[in-house]
Design a protein around this ligand. Structure first.
Ligand code: 3PG
Length: 318
């Protein structure tokens, strides 16, 4: 197949693509996606690349697009459906990676680890100014208890937190599954009201844009912690800035941002009780290896007319 790779994926998968297909790379120094997609049949992409209808119009031969990861807010799905372009995503392997990373951020904020590190870099030793809080016994609120949120809640429960969560869809389908993982299913407002630590795991779509706005932040407990490893845009960063400046929010960690990429400075940069990371929740080597292997399997299945048999409901987007 004529394949275009719009974002880096695991080296081994790139080698396999080079060996078995006609591969062009469209990131870094290699050239722009818009200039390279015109004769391509398969597109592989991650976050940070806009797969708009306009771009897709310039790819008349495209048959299959694979999102090498979970979130699919950056592809024009309706256009793909209309044009008969099959679209797959690979949500499973990044769940553990993002969930572990989220726990890392929660621990870092609770025990002020990044802040302590910054002081040590300056030769300072403010031991008695850096008292933190335990997470055991606190309420972890999971907004969006899907694949990733469920795992975050489960890990939080194992660390002694009381976990409440909400998720779209019929409660009867979710309640028992979540309860088995130590998560009490409730509604969004109750999650916001009860959480000491609020962790966001919903996809970005019209209904979730600025879901965490200044009203929600004001309803959170004073001194509470907010973590977003889902998508920039779900959290209103200027409302977060106000919440931090007023002291209502205790601390915030964002792995995803309203503006992402080189040269973008977060409005929260420089605040002491903030941890900012460059969308690395999914960047665990083991997860990327698994995603790479699945990319190859899905292309192979497509080539042999077996995609319908091979992809799971969670993977199939169009
Ligand atoms: C995802 O949606 O899978 C995570 O946000 C990771 O995104 P990435 O594959 O662009 O790193």
């Amino acid at each position: 197949m004529k394949v275009v790779l719009a974002s880096p994926i695991a080296d081994r998968a790139v080698e396999a693509l080079r060996r078995d297909h006609d591969l062009v790379v469209a990131f870094g120094e290699s050239g722009s996606l818009a200039g390279l997609i015109s004769d391509r049949e398969v597109l592989i992409f991650r976050s940070g690349v806009g797969i708009s209808a306009d771009l897709l119009k310039s790819a008349p031969h495209l048959q299959l697009a694979i999102r090498a990861g979970s979130g699919f807010d950056n592809i024009a799905l309706d256009f793909c459906r209309d044009r008969g372009i099959r679209v797959a995503r690979i949500p499973g392997p990044s769940s553990q990676a993002v969930a572990e990373f989220t726990l890392g951020l929660i621990l870092s904020l609770s025990r002020r680890i990044a802040e302590a590190h910054d002081h040590m870099q300056q030769g300072e030793w403010p031991k008695h100014q850096l008292e933190g809080r335990l997470i055991a016994g606190k309420v972890l609120g999971v907004v969006g208890a899907g694949n990733i949120g469920k795992r975050v809640g489960e890990l939080g429960a194992l660390l002694g937190m009381r976990v409440v969560g909400c998720v779209e869809g019929p409660p009867e389908e979710h309640e028992l599954v979540l309860a088995a993982k130590g998560i009490t299913l409730t509604d969004f407002d109750t999650v916001v009201d009860q959480a000491d630590i609020l962790s966001v795991h919903v996809p970005l779509k019209d209904s979730t844009r600025h879901l965490i706005d200044s009203d929600v932040i004001h309803r959170m407990k004073p001194g509470s912690i907010l973590v977003n490893t889902a998508r920039g845009g779900v959290v209103d960063e200027s409302a977060v800035l106000d919440g931090l400046k007023s002291g209502h929010l205790g601390a915030v960690a964002l792995d995803v941002h309203e503006q992402e990429g080189d040269g973008r400075l977060s409005p929260l940069a420089g605040l002491p009780n903030v941890v900012l990371t460059p969308h690395i929740g999914g960047m665990a080597a083991e997860s990327q290896e698994m995603i790479g292997r699945r990319v190859i399997e899905l292309i192979d299945a497509f080539v042999h007319g077996r995609l319908e048999e091979v992809w799971t409901n969670d993977e199939r987007l169009a």
